[in-house]
Design a protein around this ligand. Structure first.
Ligand code: ADP
Ligand code: MG
Length: 357
């Protein structure tokens, strides 16, 4: 994806709307002003995407540097494209030998495998050979043949990712590989949130390539507001989601794709077909306390499509979701509706809420 687009998306990711000052008590305004003096912002590029931070704290600049360091530490462990990452070493040893891994890598592999199993395999950490065949890993895109995909699909069984002991994993078949691209940024957002909270931060919001996490509220006590991107227009949005101490993660086919012979192919793969998921959805946004879970679910529910995704939500709960369909419908679960203001009617989107049964 080109840099301009990534930056536009990153910037569109967070909207901070100021409150109505006239109606506030003078004392509270002064307190707010004091807090706003402590407002620190930064934007950086890591994990192949734009990341932006707003931290309300007198040590905000140093805290953002700490956060960036933590993100780079995780990237060095988990990246599939960095040759010396633990994931690259694990992938290189597939079918040969078990590999000793650090705590974070083990946690993420186990979380990815277990959460993926919970989604019935819609999220699959062993999908890498297919993602690679489409050229998304090295950014050398091309449409693979059906034969190529059929030969690779048997190498994408997540149950072949096995844990020998608490610090050792093994990929049982040669040619297998794990790709944590659909979960790493969510996990990183949880780690950064607990790092900042652990250092006393009570008010912050950050976006790791669209994986947003809001700590506490804005200085005035109002909730943070996150824009729901319009998948058809990078400079537009379909509404605002208010959050307090939770993650908001969006997955969509519009974020990373290429075109061949007039057809678009995006980066979220249906593990059953090996093709980019054609589920009738343009995007899925998950609102939930865990950034890791939100990241997995946004990818998995995109693969499932609206009907199966709503069934999954009804059955398991623990998160809220907003779907945007190819038919132009914005569909919010009951709990998502409670913190969402729909603003997409000007763009011919319609809005519907689904109640829990
Ligand atoms: P992004 O990383 O662009 O925010 P996602 O969180 O939806 O988007 O993750 C997509 C990435 O996850 C892909 O680039 C690929 O590396 C990987 N991936 C693609 N399809 C799947 C899948 N079905 N299950 C798990 N990971 C996937
Ligand atoms: Mg994801």
């Amino acid at each position: 994806m080109d840099l301009k687009k990534i930056i536009a998306l990153g910037l569109a990711g967070i909207f901070l709307l100021t409150g109505c000052a006239e109606r506030r008590e003078v004392a509270q305004q002064m307190l707010e002003n004091k807090k706003m003096e402590n407002r620190h912002e930064a934007t950086t590029f890591a994990m192949d995407t734009v990341m932006s931070f707003i931290v309300i704290d007198e040590d905000g600049d140093e805290l953002i540097i700490d956060a960036e360091q933590e993100i780079r530490r995780l990237e060095n462990l988990l990246s599939i494209t960095l040759e010396n990452s633990e994931i690259s070493k694990l992938n290189a040893a597939a079918g040969k030998e078990p590999v000793e891994l650090s705590n974070d890598t083990m946690i993420l592999l186990e979380a990815g495998k277990n959460l993926g199993a919970g989604t019935g395999g819609a999220f699959n950490i062993a999908i890498s050979p297919i993602v690679k065949a489409w050229g998304f890993t090295e950014e050398e895109h091309h449409v693979p043949t059906r034969e190529e995909l059929d030969a690779l699909l048997p190498l994408t069984d997540a149950s072949d990712v096995v844990f020998i002991d608490a610090s050792t994993a093994y990929l049982q078949k040669e040619g297998m590989a794990v790709d944590l691209g659909g979960i790493t940024k969510g996990y990183a957002s949880d780690k950064v949130a607990s790092l900042l909270k652990g250092k006393g931060v009570e008010s912050a919001i950050f976006s790791l390539g669209g994986n947003v996490y809001g700590i506490g509220t804005k200085p005035g006590g109002e909730k943070w507001e996150v824009a729901l991107a319009n998948p058809l227009d990078a400079n537009d949005y379909c509404g605002l989601i208010s959050v307090e101490d939770c993650a908001v993660v969006t997955s969509g086919g519009y974020q990373r794709f290429f075109e061949e012979n007039g057809k678009k192919y995006h980066h979220i793969i249906d593990p059953v077909t090996g093709y980019p998921a054609e589920s009738g959805l343009l995007s899925v946004t998950i609102i939930c306390e865990s950034g890791t879970e939100a990241d997995v679910l946004s990818t998995a529910l995109f693969v499932m499509g609206l009907e199966d995704a709503l069934e999954y939500w009804q059955k398991y709960g623990g998160f809220e979701a907003i779907f945007i369909t190819e038919a132009g419908e914005v569909v919010a679960t009951e709990g998502a509706d409670a913190c969402f203001v729909f603003e997409g009617s000007g763009n011919d989107f319609t809005y519907r809420v689904v109640e829990s049964e």
